[in-house]
Design a protein around this ligand. Structure first.
Ligand SMILES: [Fe+2]
Length: 194
């Protein structure tokens, strides 16, 4: 009996997660281990035959994160992300590391650094430190408190793989930054509720 794309995909995702565990067990989420994980995720995303769009529901607007593999016991979450042209997110900090790789399309990530100290709640200043365009063959990795913004560029959806230190349903509070106003706001943590 021929093996379905879904079981091939599930097998490949499980193999990736095993490699990720082996990398992190050695040294934790350091810049070099996250870089190594990024290369693994880029390699998986290059296997476009595992991610036919016919297997996934397109978002009606904005974007959609489709779980591919969620580890048990508060483990990592691997998602297929579909973001429509123009979909954007203001600078934010997930509180947990993440690694992205593109299957198709292009998404620009800009990275920021906080420049204030001990600001009153709700206030913060950030400065842009760099950017990367995540396109096929290219990925990006962020540490626990790195800050990024993202926008889909071009006129086709950006399809990608996203691996997070926690499943999205168990995310810590996300902190959003508004550079033009010097303000910040936090969305509540899902760590206790989930
Ligand atoms: Fe993000």
């Amino acid at each position: 009996m021929p093996v379905s794309t879904e079981s091939k995909r599930n097998r490949a995702c499980a193999a990736l997660m095993k490699q990720v565990r082996a990398i992190l067990d050695g040294e934790g989420p350091t810049p070099s281990s996250l870089h190594a994980i990024k290369l693994k995720l880029v390699a998986l995303a290059k296997r476009v035959e595992l991610f036919p769009l016919s297997d996934f529901e397109m978002p009606v607007s904005q974007g959609r994160n489709i779980p591919l593999l969620l580890e048990e016991n508060d483990g990592h979450g691997l998602y297929l992300t579909i973001n429509l042209p123009g979909k954007e997110a203001a600078p934010h900090d997930h509180g947990i590391w993440c690694v992205n790789a593109a299957v198709s399309g292009e998404e620009k990530h800009e990275f920021y650094r906080r420049t204030d100290e001990n600001s009153p709640p709700g206030q913060a200043t950030v400065v842009k430190t760099g950017e990367v365009i995540v396109r096929p063959g290219q990925g990006m990795a962020m540490a626990d408190h790195d800050i990024h913004s993202n926008i889909v560029i071009g006129d086709v959806p950006a399809i990608g793989l996203a691996l997070y230190g926690y499943a999205i349903a168990r995310f810590p509070g996300v902190i959003w930054y508004h550079p033009e106003f010097g303000s910040t706001r936090a969305s509540p943590s899902r760590r206790l509720a989930a």
